[in-house]
Structures are given as structure tokens and as C-alpha cells.
Design a protein around this ligand. Sequence first.
Ligand code: NFS
Length: 668
Amino acid sequence: MNKVVKSAGSSAGVIIQWAEDHKLETCFERAEKLKPCPIGETGACCKVCHMGPCRLIGKNAEEEARGVCGATLSTVAARNMVRMIAAGTAAHSDHARDMAYTLLAASTGEAKDFMIKDVKKLYRVADILGIEFEGRPVNDVGKDVANTFLQDFGRQLGELNYCKRAPKKTQERWKKYGITPRGIDREVVEAMHRTAIGVDHDPDHLLSHGLRTALADGWGGCMISTDITDILFGTPKPIKAEASFGIFKEDEVNLIVHGHEPTLAEILVDVSSSQEMIDYAKTKGAKGINLGGMCCTANEVLMRHGIPTAGGFTNQELGIITGLIDAMTVDVQCIMPAIVDLSKKFHTKIITTSPKAHITGAVRVEYDEHHAKDIAKTIVKMAIDNYPNRKAEGSHVTEKFPLIGGFSHEYIEYMQGGRWRGSFRPLNDAIMAGRVRGVVGLAGCDNPRVPSTGLHKYLAVELIKNDVLIVSTGCGSAACGSAGYMTPETALELAGPGLREVCEAIGIPPILHLGACVDNSRILTIATAMAAEGGLSDEIAGMPAVGIAPEWMSEKAIAIGCYFAASGVPVIFGGESPVGASSEVTKIMTEVWMERFMGALHFEPDPEKMLEMTLNYIDAARERLKLRKYEPGKFGAERVLMDMAARREIKNAAVPHAGVGGINESEG
Ligand code: NFS
């Protein structure tokens, strides 16, 4: 009997046990067998040239150890860190580039299966970019927006278009320390250059460029990706969905979209619900077609269509082990190659779709935006044809939880006052009065090296208990959703008195699902709006806000952590520090960054300490801002939050005007 708790998800635990009983290997078992190399884990291994790999270890390694070229431990650790940032930035941003090309192809009519769905968002973005939109054909504006974004990738000088979206003071800090990003590709290439053998050796100088690269991710790749996805597929608004393994249906074809890109998945939503396909599924004995998701592709279609999610990163193998998945499409990022071999033990077809990502042994149906619908039909048919091959075995679990997703920053603004008076005033007021102690972005992966999803769950519960509003993304959202924490009822059961009141007044969960990992950019936008609203800090720095990625594993998470730090948010990651071998680098990323940007990146494996650090940061920010001292259940005076009746009153009083797409009037 297995005694080690490998996942904090109850149904995940059941499936892991079933897998062990049936001698099926998963990441949980591999993580147990394969201990991390203690030298590489802390950043002390250099392999940027072939005189090494050099391991900078020993009692006085910081002072004495040198690579063959003479590189110090701090240089090596900083270089390793910068390379992680570059890889993470490349991943998000290459995804964003594809989104920009899809917008372009949709606007020129070349990608006939795509169109601009959210014209209002397109106009808002055009406005920020300084593109004329009034009176022009929508597709012309779309083309200009796409081309303007594409310039952000190859720009050599100047700065990214979206830098100007940040609060003035935040921009000034970037300028002062020379970290304003120029072009996305340029920063990534320069990061790779500077970290090559024999180039940049000053840890602080290296890490500053790391921050510039990370900013190119946050205010570039991620933000571009979020905005184009909204333009093409609609800006999310609250929507019901379900999470965990119980979303798979015994009597329907289960087709799962896994990965990160929303484009093909969007078309699959349409095609899988078409009568033609449903009828075809019935000819194979299925009652219908059940589309579900995993990781961030799941988040994308959950946010816009309420497609259910089977969870985050560590659930992908477990999903297959249920024996219920007839086909799983995988595009890019966070796909474990292990799922292909595992799928062969069942009937599941793993279908790779991205021109960038093949897996040996998988079925291949290459995605091309010019023929999206035909490709989607091929995939749905494959899943249907595979349904009769489903065998009885597998660890079937039925547990699933309802959740509310779809909290775009636009909706969060809208919910605080309606269409005509949407603002961040009520949230700022609630923070000022101490009803809401602060805000935490709970993000990042789930990880088999800890009881997977357990750290997310622990922190989520403790933070809302402490009146901290949570905005979550990526697998952080999947973890909270699969635990049943993303419903308004959670606030009543678990939140502290102040947060509970706020959630009840607006009718929201205490944990707001903001979307995929690229949608961490929504947090930047929210923080910027809060700064503009007044009453708290006039820049992102100094807000009672903290970012946490308790179970991170991906380089993308590192890029995100760094762009939050550079934008002025203290960030706490779980696990061992990947720069832990160097106290100098650790100091730069905490104390020096704090001094310059009022942001930091800490690594702290103990969840209780993470919680304590978070609350300390929030309380210190409150004190600096001279806000009322937080005391549970005791609040200062504040404006009354808009409830439904108040909003309806405003709506009735206002003269209705014809809106253009975007957020509709339903309260979700
Ligand atoms: Ni973010 Fe989303 Fe999940 Fe981690 Fe991977 S799916 S992009 S990297 S594992 S949160």
C-alpha cells in the first residue's frame, strides 16, 4: 500500500493508486525515482561550453570555486537564471506571434474559419496602439493591429508598444535601471548571447537583462497573446464550468484538448457540437461528444465557452489512466512525452497538432489556420472512430466540482459598477477600509515533487481566510477549480468576514479565474487600473499585492515571476531556489530588486512560511500606504459596493447605446 501522498487531489490520488496497482508508471513515480541533481538544482552547474560541465561546489564555493574559464558561482547561477527567463519568454511570445499571424490571416480573409469576434476589444487595443479605428472597416483595423504587434517581435530599438500601458512611475523605474524592453526577439537573443561562454560575467548586469527579457514577456508576449485571443474569440465574462476527472463521460466520446494554444481548440468547440458530428458519434454507439481540456488550452476554452477541465499539468497521465479519453490533441508546452507510451496501454489516441512539436509514436494531424475547420473535423472523427475501441479497464472516477471562470480584467471592472460606471473604485475602497487585506496572484504549475496541487489548495484556503482576494491563472486555477474553491459559495464557507462581504455584494468567488498563464498579463492590467484609480499606490510597486507560484516547475513560470518583480510585485515561489548556491544572486533578486523596483523573487519551499511572507508583504504595503491596519472583522468607512439592484438602477437610468461586441449585459 502506498503511504506517500503524491497528489492532494482526492480523485487524482485514487487514480495514482490504481496506476501503481496496475504497474503503470506516472510522473509521480518517476519523481520519486529520479532525485534532482543537487548541483544543478541550486544553479551551481555550468554547461554553456564543452570544457565542462563545471560543477562549482565545495565548502567555500562562492569565494573559491571557478569554472575552467574562471567563471564564479554567481556568474554561473545568474547565467542559468537568465537562460530560464529567456526560454520562458520565448515560449509565451512565440505563442503570441502565432496569435498575431492568426489575427492577420483572419483580417485578410485568408483564414476563413476565423473572424474578429470582439470588435469592442479590437477598438480598445487599437486605441492603445494609436491606430485609427473610427469609421474604418473592422478587418482593416484588425490588420493594422496585427502588424503593429508583429513589429514588437523584431523591433531593434525603442520600446515595446505596451510599455506605455504601465503606470508612468513604473515606466520611469524601468528607464532608470535600463530594463525597458525593446523588441521581444531582441531581448531573448541578447539573453542567449550574454549568457554564452565568455560574454557577460557580472551577475547584477546579467540579471538586469533577465528582467528586461521578462518584461518583454509580460508586457509583450503574454499581453499580446491575451489581447489577440480576446479579439478573436471574445473577452471572457463569468461562465459556469466543471473541473476534475469526473468531467469524462462514460457514454460519450471524450475528446480532450491539452497544451496552450487556443486557436484549434476554439474550432473544435464548434465542430464537436455540430449536429453532423453528434449524429456521426451516435452511429458509433456514443450518446454525444464531450469536449474537455487540460492545462492552459483548457483554461482558454473554459474562460470563453465553459468547456470543463480535467485539471492541470500533473493530471495529464492520470486522465489517460481513466481509460475514458478517446483522443487527446496536444499542441505546445507542458505536454509530457510520457503520455504517448502510456496511451498505448489504453485505447487513447494522442494527436500532435503543432508544426513545432512532434512526439515520436503519436498520431499526427498538423494544424494549419487556413484549413482549421477541416482539420478539426478530421480530429473529431478520429475521436469518434476510436470510441468503440474503449475498453472497460481504467480507473474511473466520478468526482467533479462546479466552478465559475471567465474573469477578464474588463469584466472585473464592469462588475464593480456596471457598464457605465465600471471602475476599480470599490476594490480600492475595500482594500483601503481593510475589508480586503490585499490581493494575491496565485499562479503557476502543479508539481509531482510536492503533494501535487496541495500547496495551491493550502495557500488558497489560508489566504481567503485572511481576507486576501485571489486572482488565479494557469494550473493554479485548475488546482483551485478541481478542489471546488471557485464558486461564490466558497466565500461563504471559507473566506474571512471582510472578503466574504465583498464577494457576497458582487456575487463572485473569492478566487477569480483569470485564464491561462499568458493571462497573468491581466493581473498587470488590473494592478495598473488600481494604481490609476487612486487611493493606493500610484504605481504597481507598493500595492498590497503579492504573486505566488507554490508548485512552479516551468521556465515560463520563472519569466512570469521576474516580470512581476520588475513591475513592482514581490513574488514567492515554492521549491528549492534555482540560484540557491549563490548568496550574491539571491541577494540581487531579493534585496537589490526590492530597492530598485519594489519587487523581488523569493524561493521558499515551506508553505507556512510562504503564507507568512505573503501576509507580511501585504501588511507592510498597507502600512507604507498609511491604510487602516488590517483587523479581521473590523472595517473603516467605505463606499457601498454596487449590488445587482444598484446596477440595474444605473442601467435603467442610462440612455442605452448600441455597443460593439465585447462584454454583454448579462450578469453571468
Ligand atoms: Ni503555466 Fe499553463 Fe500549467 Fe505551469 Fe504548464 S500548463 S502555461 S507552465 S504547468 S501553469
